[in-house]
Design a protein around this ligand. Structure first.
Ligand SMILES: [Zn+2]
Length: 439
């Protein structure tokens, strides 16, 4: 191993800042929701191809039947037209149509370990701040897709991923092993990681590394966590009943609204678990058709979370029992649709100290001591757990900057100057692992 390569990695990452910023701002102005990241996927595939990667797109990325929470066909068609109008690149756009978004770039550098790196690419249904205090509004790259916003920093993740792709290609003569750059769709709602895992893309991976933007006020550049993101299950529940005249013959109806309302109140009453933290939320409830009609249908959108995969499973099975019992009470049918899920995420402890060592000693970055608190969920957990299941090692780290607003809020923004740090951390770890260093 050659220490001057780390200097080269650092210099190249710094020199990329303007390019990373341009990419990020273009993506920020054209945010796309999960399974609709057609323009985004086409840009990624085009750039990776130009760099010389072998590129997987379309149904070669996500296993068709493992995809969860797909929008309706009309939405997917409209999103395709929108993406084309906004300059999506062919033939990649056509490959991403019908919810086959996501891209994987492969680089074979001979004998050595297989390193996967994961970058999530989707945006959120948030109406972006228009006020001049919000930098994207002030500098002219606010979302052009009203009601959709990169409010979680995934525009930065894509930009970092493309920077990593370029830099690793530059130093490929010094790399020994295989690289897999996974640009994952539909992270929001926890829908996109599992179909990639189910396709088998993590089965031959020795090390998997993922990152997320994080806020910071004390000058730290890289954040470490033992990775206690919450396991979670997202469900849509459909109650079916029978309509009847509310005045003349209410007894002839089966009241789906009552079933749903009974379920909601009892879901909140699930006993807490002594085995860990739990969460439950019904975020949306729609029912009925009019004042004087016994409601024949109801739909609720809900989620449960748990600090471990087991505690989350407890919440999910208790919730399912309540949902079905509430239907039975009122003679209604109950159809539960799985919309997304994640397991709890724990980085390999050796990978945490390894990341700290490389980032501190080789790159001179300021790294936080590993913390543990997290209220979020990450479906990257499926990738880490699959790699752990066959003896590999997984890591999740944070690229930190003094960010503005709160994640998923309309004024969220991160400091673009942090992006080269993400690029150099990924590349330095890949270089070191591919040259015999071991966590
Ligand atoms: Zn996110």
């Amino acid at each position: 191993m050659n220490d001057s390569i780390y200097e080269l990695i650092s210099d190249k990452a710094d020199a990329m800042l303007e390019k990373l910023r341009r990419t990020r701002r273009d993506l920020h102005a054209h945010p796309e929701m999960g399974w609709c990241e057609i323009r985004t996927s086409s840009i990624i595939a085009d750039r990776l191809t130009a760099l010389g990667y072998q590129v997987l797109t379309g149904s070669d990325v996500c296993l068709d039947e493992a995809r969860m929470g797909l929008p309706d066909k009309e939405v997917l068609d409209a999103e395709y037209e929108r993406a084309i109008a906004q300059g999506a690149i062919q033939p990649y756009a056509a490959r991403a149509r019908d919810g086959f978004t996501g891209v994987i770039g492969l680089l074979d550098c001979g004998e050595g370990p297989t390193i996967a790196m994961r970058f999530d690419i989707d945006a959120l249904g948030v109406f972006e701040d228009e006020s001049p205090e919000h930098l994207p509004a002030r500098e002219g790259f606010r979302s052009e897709n009203e009601g959709v916003m990169h409010a979680c920093g995934h525009d930065g993740h894509v930009s970092i991923g493309l920077g990593v792709a370029e830099l690793l290609m530059d130093i490929r003569d010094h790399l020994h092993g295989k690289i897999k750059l996974i640009f994952q769709p539909a992270e929001e709602g926890l829908r996109g990681a599992r179909p990639i895992v189910e396709h088998g893309h993590l089965d031959d991976v020795d090390y998997v590394i993922g990152n997320h933007m994080g806020g910071n006020t004390e000058g730290y550049q890289i954040g470490l966590t033992h990775g206690s993101s919450l396991a979670s299950t997202k469900m849509d529940v459909y109650y079916g009943g029978k309509a009847a005249h509310a005045g003349a013959s209410p007894e002839k109806g089966d009241n789906a609204l009552l079933a749903a309302a009974t379920a909601v109140l009892n879901l909140q009453a699930i006993p807490r678990s002594g085995e860990g933290d739990t969460r439950i939320n019904v975020g949306r409830l729609q029912a009925g058709s009019g004042r004087n009609v016994i409601p024949d249908r109801a739909k609720l959108e809900m989620e449960v979370r748990g600090s471990s995969t087991e505690v989350n499973r407890y919440m999910e099975s208790y919730a399912r029992r309540i949902l079905e019992a509430a239907a039975a009470m009122h003679g209604c049918s109950c159809d539960i649709k799985l919309m997304g899920s994640a397991e709890s995420l724990k980085s390999d402890p050796d990978m945490i100290s390894y990341c700290e060592r490389i980032c501190t000693d080789k790159l001179g970055l300021k790294v936080t001591p590993p913390g543990s608190k997290s209220g979020g969920s990450e479906d990257y957990s499926f990738m880490v757990n699959r790699v752990h299941s066959h003896g590999g090692k997984g890591l999740f780290f944070m690229t930190l900057s003094p960010s503005k607003g709160t994640p998923h809020g309309k004024s969220f923004d991160f400091d673009e100057a942090c992006m080269p740090n993400g690029v150099r951390a990924f590349c330095a770890m890949a270089y070191s692992l591919m040259n015999g260093d071991r966590p």
